[in-house]
Design a protein around this ligand. Sequence first.
Ligand SMILES: [Ca+2]
Ligand SMILES: [Ca+2]
Length: 208
Amino acid sequence: MKKIIVCIPIFLLLSLTLFPMVVVSEQNGEDDYVIEDRRWDVKLFGLFPNPAQFLFGSVDFISVSFEEDDDQPDDLRVTMNLRDLSKLLPEFDSGYTVSWWMNNIHYCLVVHRLPSNQISQFVIGHSDEYTDDIVQWTDCDGVFDIEQNCIKWTVSKEVIGNPSPFSHLTSIYATTFVRKIYDSRSGADLFKDLALNAKSFTDYVVKY
Ligand SMILES: [Ca+2]
Ligand SMILES: [Ca+2]
């Protein structure tokens, strides 16, 4: 009798521990996110609490998803959803990046919203093998959709290493940043939303 009483709580404990793992492993369906971030978490220098979150809705990203269409199998579409893209930061350059690794090469998508509210060219960069540093940038298509609070990059698979079906895009990461002047070399990021504190991350498995 004592054995039965002890076994039931242990089973319940194991079930509660395993359940979240099952949820994570079922991601990557049609509308699943590869990153689900937190809201109201744009930090000073990416580190320190920032009480003025209401000003930073346009750089507070909440999720990132990767998608492919069967009628355009040669493209990968990456979407970053934000809290409120209508919150313009007129004196600043706002930057948006999504990156991943495949076959030991680092890929990175970037777009900027300039102080004049102009949107920069959407670009995709790649590194050499086994290094972080981007060595070449290529223009790509994109949409900066203020009404839908999302940014979409559309990338030809030719410029991301021609991934075959079932290839894994790993270590997916996203960042937004706010700089005083549009200068990608300055590195003077005042405010940042990093994926470090995201609720969930998952790889993306290529479909086509
Ligand atoms: Ca966020
Ligand atoms: Ca974050």
